[in-house]
Design a protein around this ligand. Sequence first.
Ligand SMILES: *Cc1c(COP(=O)(O)O)cnc(C)c1O
Length: 337
Amino acid sequence: MNLAKFPRRIYTPYETPLQPLDKLTAVLGGGPRIWMKRDDMLGLAMGGNKTRKLEFLMADALAKGADTIITCGAVQSNHCRLTLAAAVTEGLKCHLVIEQRVPNSYNEHASGNNFLYHMLGVEGIHVVDGGSDMMAEMQKVADELTAQGRKPYIVPGGGSNVIGATGYAACAQEILNQCFKMGVSFDHMICTSGSTGTHAGLLVGLKGENANIPLTGIGINKPVPIQKPNVYKLAKALAEHLGVQTPITEDDVIVFDDYVGPGYSRVTEGMVEAVSLVAKTEGILLDPVYTGKTMAGMIDLYKKGYFDGCKNIMFLHTGGSPALFAYTDTFFAAEEK
Ligand SMILES: *Cc1c(COP(=O)(O)O)cnc(C)c1O
């Protein structure tokens, strides 16, 4: 893949670390060696996977002459925080449309990412009910701004269109290049499967490089019959956008929904245990909404022998730890049990 032909801003002037988690591997019984790709250490305010997508999305916004970015997310959205941070970096204004996926969950003075929306100088926050047509809600804000003579640019939820997902095809190249330099080869990769840009981007990147490494996505929101075709749809469009010739089938999309629990952003016991375990064994902070549930899934699959026969497996840490500060009561309660 020649990704250099796509306009891009650089928000992380280095490769994120790729490190073995030997203490965690030992705690889990010493099977396949677990590695972690530290995309929680990407650039922009407190990092996370959206930074890679925004490198391409912001380049597109600037090329189109935008002066204001509009995006959407949940009440504790890492994507909203990072899109806002990217806008500030570029000297642009930013509006956020916040979806209350859990009824009455929006609190203007909440901690975590919500606090950072204000710290980073958001121009407008528009709160809408769960299940709203988010594209239509963002278009309303765009129309108001256009009427005032502004030039708005809409970044879709999670930055998950072909432009944003290009960031994760680039991540696949970065990982394979690091593997080559370090003399390590992965037999399996694990990532979170949310708005699909990360899962589809990584899948297409691995295909485009003919890596032959299976990728398992752990769902944190939708059931498999919805998530799998969604990932496939974006992967197909992305392969076309990037000119990847290797065929990609729906069977290449591996996704589990067994670790979602009662719903998006809702606490599960497995999540609390996984976040605590990784913090206490490796000193690494996961997050309650995405990587905590993904790690709970990886640990369960590891114990069930899903990775048997592998020598090295890689977990993609997509960030999100600022949201931990909105869940302190949950973790204190678990420690006191
Ligand atoms: C958005 C997000 C994800 C999911 O990535 P998608 O590309 O939306 O599937 C995973 N982890 C964190 C921390 C996120 O903020």
